[in-house]
Ligand binder design. Sequence first.
Ligand SMILES: Cc1cc2nc3c(=O)[nH]c(=O)nc-3n(C[C@H](O)[C@H](O)[C@H](O)COP(=O)(O)OP(=O)(O)OC[C@H]3O[C@@H](n4cnc5c(N)ncnc54)[C@H](O)[C@@H]3O)c2cc1C
Length: 392
Amino acid sequence: MQKIDFTNTEIAFNDKTNGDLAWAKHLFTIIKSPLMVKTGKHLLNIALTIRFPIRWIVKPTLYRHFVGGETIDKCLPRVEKLSNSKVKSILDYSVEGADSEKAFNAVFDEIVRTIEITAQNPNVEFAVFKPTALVFPDILKKSGFDNVDLSELETKGLDNFISRVDQLCQIAHDRDVKLLIDAEDVWYQQSIDNVVVAMMKKYNGKKPIVWNTWQMYRTDRLQNLDETFQNARNDNYFVGVKFVRGAYMEKERKRAITGKYPSPIHPNKEATDKAYDDGLTLAMENIDICEIFNGTHNENSVQLLVNRIENKKLEPNDSRIWFSQLYGMSDHISYNLAHAGYNVVKYIPYGPVRSVAPYLIRRAEENTSIKGQTNRELSLLLQELKRRKKEL
Ligand SMILES: Cc1cc2nc3c(=O)[nH]c(=O)nc-3n(C[C@H](O)[C@H](O)[C@H](O)COP(=O)(O)OP(=O)(O)OC[C@H]3O[C@@H](n4cnc5c(N)ncnc54)[C@H](O)[C@@H]3O)c2cc1C
């Protein structure tokens, strides 16, 4: 079995200057502290609520590390830089908190631009969008339950959402662009799934254009994936499967306690890891009707898919299988995998500073709460800085 060497920091940080590394080291040292992140999140939320300017503090710090820029054009130099190391890009318009039909239409127009650029630029591999950027989330929540009547206004809002998603899928289909649809909180996800399944049936007859996301921290997702494959076989369409563990664990658990319903999340990390790996294995067994996007910073889940590719005697760069990490995180995985010949793509979030703030808070929290992840980033940065010093 090919073992990927994730510790090769020369490859991992090949396109970073010493200044970039020193800066990243500084940032990860700060966000390693739970107290700093908790306080920072609190202050940032207050600043957002009272519309206090945050640009001066956020732009040169978290934003600089985790975000590509404010516009597509600003991201393009990063796309080109990544492509020099054979890493492709996804331009992810990461605005959150749009709160009017006008704002949803503006987000829609921007997503169309990302689909167009994906069609034109060979270094941009997928387009993506987040469903709650296109509709009032409460409408998704309500419409996901059976027997809940929507008001006339809500019905109109839901129809607008479905129409926006349908148009995006149609454009992606016409431009032959793979379109990822992010997964969100459990209580929005049923409505999202209903729409995405309809789109897969409509647009995936020849290949996966529309991709849904499976959050494997959910106890019901492995079975859902299995059923999706069965339905796709029965109805003759392809499935685009984006795997993630899931980003909203703490919120979901708190809500389940408050709402007095069983937590939808696996009881522990081991159970989530097992579901994730079983999901990858199941998808590989169905590779004749699906394509796979392995969205993770977990080295074991990356190595497992590498092993499955080898077991099936597929080429490392089989066009149906992609590995992905977020911009600013786990370059040791992205660059070493790409160097070994696998298909790798980075999510590059972009957008105005204020609108991407919730995304940045999630990244900071994730890097604080995930056991070992920040330490891993820090130790690799230190290793590379040391290696370069020795070289001098
Ligand atoms: C390219 C990409 C796209 C993404 N898109 C989405 C998306 O559309 N929707 C979304 O929700 N997230 C998305 N994420 C974030 C993702 O869901 C994870 O939060 C993040 O990647 C960390 O998981 P991991 O597999 O990288 O790492 P790991 O460190 O192995 O796993 C951490 C994750 O394990 C789970 N976990 C941790 N502790 C426990 C516990 N005690 N019990 C049960 N489970 C636990 C949680 O999901 C946690 O985030 C994306 C991530 C990437 C890399």
